[in-house]
Design a protein around this ligand. Structure first.
Ligand code: CP
Ligand code: NVA
Length: 334
């Protein structure tokens, strides 16, 4: 399929959570990302650049490797100019209100990528800027990550509908909640496996159950890492302590140690030997002693053996961040 045959019609719209797109539009964004990935691989000098002449502002209150680089490369590939605005580079929320910053940036840029803490800030940026705003992660949601996750799952299994994704760990964090909604919209069965203290809230869970039911799939919850993964095609985890929650480190270690993804857990899926199982992680991951934080503790949410195994698709997933963020920008700006 060529890029011209995949055209989600989202011109001028923002992506703050996956609720902002219909189920069909979400799948179309993934199809567009696949087409853009093929276009990039072909490296044709005649290929059209969809964002030529556009300018994109990227506000980052939190650190980022993948989201920042994926968005930068996506813009570069499609001919847009990018301006990176770090936490101390602009007055955002300190000397100038979010609404004023939004109105200024909206007069200058064609789109704004935001990564930060309070979800309300990205909502305000979208409300006041008048240009498409893309959520590159807030405390509540990480929608562009989930597009890359679903693309990676589809790339591996050739389909989404009917597969089983099990998220193991901090079930109420931004990635888990967005993944739950993304899976529900794609007709993927989703299990969130976490201690009761870190389970998703009732309202979000109910909403995702409704969406899943409409797509012929199920969303379930479990606190049992031994039972939850039975039948899994994808075992997915994330850090135990998200950015901004560092104060909770000791408590998370205590709660989540039994939820570490190891080979025994992968085996319990029942699919380790038939090739119908992958491991995913949005990254960054604590899988060995090689980070400042884990020098003494060693692996946290996933063992090195699982992380480095052939069924671990974490770097395909990271690469797909480029193609999916690009698809969102092209669909909303081009
Ligand atoms: N997965 C992800 O969002 O990575 P970064 O924090 O490096 O952007
Ligand atoms: N839940 C993690 C995701 C990092 C990409 C965090 O918010 O820090």
């Amino acid at each position: 399929m060529s890029t011209s045959s995949v055209k989600p019609c989202m011109r001028g719209r923002s992506l703050l959570t996956l609720e902002d797109v219909s189920d069909r539009e979400m799948l179309d964004l993934i199809a567009l990302a696949e087409a853009l990935k093929r276009k990039k691989a072909a490296r044709s000098p005649r290929a059209r650049q969809y964002l030529r002449g556009r300018s994109v502002a990227m506000i980052f209150e939190k650190a980022s490797t993948r989201t920042r680089c994926a968005a930068t490369v996506a813009c570069f590939d499609e001919g847009a100019h990018v301006e990176y605005l770090g936490k101390s580079d602009i007055h955002f929320g300190r000397k100038e209100s979010v609404a004023d910053t939004a109105r200024v940036l909206g007069r200058m840029f064609d789109g704004i990528l935001f990564r930060g803490f309070a979800h309300d800030n990205v909502v305000q940026l979208a409300r006041y800027s008048g240009v498409p705003v893309w959520n590159g992660l807030t405390d509540d949601a990480h929608p562009t990550q989930i597009l890359a996750d679903l693309m990676t799952i589809k790339q591996t299994f050739g389909r989404l509908r009917g597969l089983q994704v099990v998220f193991v760990g901090d079930g109420r964090n931004n990635v888990s909640l967005s993944l739950m909604l993304g899976c529900a919209k794609a007709g993927v069965n989703f299990v969130v496996c976490s201690p009761p203290e870190l389970a998703p809230g009732a309202e979000g869970l109910e909403r995702c159950r409704e969406v899943a039911a409409a797509n012929g799939s199920r969303v379930t919850m479990s606190d049992s890492p031994s039972r939850a993964v039975v039948g899994a095609n994808v075992i997915y985890t994330d850090v135990w302590v998200s950015m901004g929650e560092e104060h909770a480190f000791e408590e998370r270690l205590r709660l989540l140690r039994p939820y570490q993804v190891d080979m025994a857990m992968m085996r319990r899926s029942g699919h380790l030997d038939d090739g119908r199982l992958i491991f995913l992680h949005c990254l960054p991951a604590f899988h060995n002693h090689e980070t400042e934080l884990t020098r003494e503790l060693g692996a946290l949410e996933v063992t090195d053996e699982v992380f480095e195994a052939p069924f671990s698709k974490v770097f395909d997933q990271a690469e797909n961040r480029v193609h999916t963020i690009k698809a969102v920008m092209v669909a909303t700006l081009a």
